[in-house]
Design a protein around this ligand. Structure first.
Ligand code: HEC
Length: 128
């Protein structure tokens, strides 16, 4: 009989919708953390090693790079670059836009547009 109890418990869990939220087919992760959080995570995991926590170009891995990543808080660069250029270098990498191939591509952000947008905003905010 304990087999039935297990089945009933499982059915109850399923009908309660697991963790409470609505199920979105591809959006489990998105449901638990917003685009800003995902952008912060991408920056922490995949960018700051070179660019530094605040985008100053002083990450530990930048020491041996030539050219080094610029300081992203530079007002002159902030003024002349466009959001589109920033998005392109992030998703396609430096080589694709005539910059150093040391700047890696992060193609996963092509399909997570909200996180990409939040990452561009984060980079824009380095200037403030
Ligand atoms: C392995 C080191 C490295 C990592 C990791 C890295 N970058 Fe870069 N990045 C560079 C270098 C080097 C340049 C400068 C290329 C040049 O000036 O030719 C650069 C350039 C850039 C630029 C363009 C600046 C300009 O001159 O127009 C942006 C924006 C940028 N990176 C954002 C990011 C983001 C966001 C991430 C994480 C998703 C990231 N980078 C990860 C090394 C890195």
């Amino acid at each position: 009989m304990s087999r039935w109890k297990t089945l009933i418990a499982a059915a109850a869990l399923l009908s309660a919708g697991g963790c409470g939220g609505k199920k979105s087919p591809a959006g489990e992760v998105q449901a638990t953390s917003g685009p800003d959080k995902r952008a912060d995570k991408v920056w922490f995991d995949s960018c700051q090693s070179c660019h530094g926590a605040k985008g100053l170009g002083n990450g530990a891995a930048a020491r041996n790079l030539n050219p080094k990543p610029r300081s992203l808080d530079d007002p002159a660069w902030q003024k002349r670059t466009t959001d589109d250029q920033i998005r392109r270098v992030i998703t396609k990498g430096g080589a694709a836009v005539g910059l150093s191939p040391s700047m890696p591509a992060t193609p996963t952000l092509i399909v997570d547009k909200p996180a990409l947008k939040a990452l561009v905003t984060k980079i824009r905010n380095f200037a403030k």
